[in-house]
Design a protein around this ligand. Structure first.
Ligand code: EPU
Length: 294
């Protein structure tokens, strides 16, 4: 969607908002798939008053966006500097901060716990929203407070950690809540010890996941007690493709954009694989990837 009204564009400018016309979500998501729209930082009231639909974009690393012109404007927070402030065992982190940088910054200051998240692409806000985790840990464990914009109430609120439920790749946040910042409480650990843990996780990830390719991480959540990747692999579906959308041959729960895949290709591949798993294992795989379609 494009903001064409010059008066509205001037109104945004007055509020200090940067308006980008025709930004392509293809360049802003890790899958490298998606149509075009305008990008705006935080301007919700003005948008609501004008009846302009919007969506919130984090790091775009767990997102599959439909092709062509998109019917919304997309809001992305600009990170303040500094985006991480430490106070004893607490880290106050902006939602727009890069997750990997947050893990290493805290580590260098002898704050550990998040070693497993090294190598998970995206922002801290995105990690919070889905309770990102790996190698036996999840970010929710360390959350003490979250500041967020609640679209339903149209106001900024601060929730305590115990008011939020963090489950496997799922949280109690509403789909249209926008994460603003978080207060994490991290255990003290000497940097060399954290670094050792980080290296182990990095190695495991490098050995099992396609890191240099365009993907959205795992496409499906793991069903209780099983691995979606292993099930897809057992069906011999590695390298199955629709156009340039392909089941990865290193990890079968990663579907990569091997060239110029469209969202249509990727969605067709996803439903084909899902159907084959349902037929063979009687399991309906749940999406981990977030799909934006109109
Ligand atoms: N496996 C196969 N073939 C495959 C993939 C996996 O046989 O193509 C087997 C592995 O050999 C292993 C088992 O399945 O025995 C589990 O594999 P892995 O350790 O890679 O874990 P996963 O369950 O597939 C989960 C998360 C990953 C996370 C890793 C490490 C989900 C959906 N996936 O993968 O998270 O990095 O554990 O903790 O929860 C993500 O969420 O996007 C993601 C990549």
């Amino acid at each position: 969607m494009r903001i064409e009204d010059p008066k509205l564009a001037a109104g945004f400018l007055e509020l200090g908002v940067q308006l980008q016309h025709g930004a392509s979500l293809c360049d802003l998501t890790s899958l490298g798939i998606g149509g075009t729209t305008d990008l705006l930082p935080d301007l919700l009231n003005l948008l609501d008053a004008q009846g302009i639909p919007h969506k919130f974009l984090g790091g775009g690393s767990n997102l599959l966006v439909e092709d062509d012109e998109l019917p919304w404007v997309v809001l992305q927070l600009a990170a303040p500097r500094p985006d991480i402030v430490l106070e004893g065992n607490f880290a106050h982190v902006d939602a727009a901060a890069d997750l990997g940088r947050t893990v290493t910054y805290c580590a260098k200051n002898d704050l550990g716990g998040m070693e497993g998240l090294i190598g998970v692409p995206g922002t801290v806000g995105g990690a919070l929203r889905m309770n990102a985790g790996a190698y036996g840990m999840q970010i929710g464990t360390y959350v003490r407070e979250v500041k967020l914009y609640r679209s339903a109430a149209r106001k900024i609120e601060t929730l305590r950690g115990d008011q939020i439920s963090f489950e496997y790749r799922h949280t109690s946040f509403a789909p249209d809540d926008m994460m603003l910042s978080v207060k994490l409480e991290l255990p003290s650990k000497p940097y060399p010890e954290i670094l050792k843990g980080i290296r182990i996780c990095n190695e495991k990830r490098r050995a099992s996941q396609p890191l240099g390719q365009k993907s959205a991480g795992c496409i499906f959540k793991n069903p209780p007690g099983a691995s979606a990747g292993r099930m897809i692999d057992e069906l011999g579906l590695k390298s199955l493709s629709v156009g340039d959308a392909r089941v990865n041959d290193r990890h079968a729960n990663f579907f990569v954009n091997a060239g110029r895949a469209s969202a249509k290709d990727m969605l067709a591949l996803i439903s084909d694989v899902r159907e084959r798993v349902r037929k063979s294992f009687g399991v309906i795989l749940e999406f981990e990837v977030v799909v934006w379609n109109a």
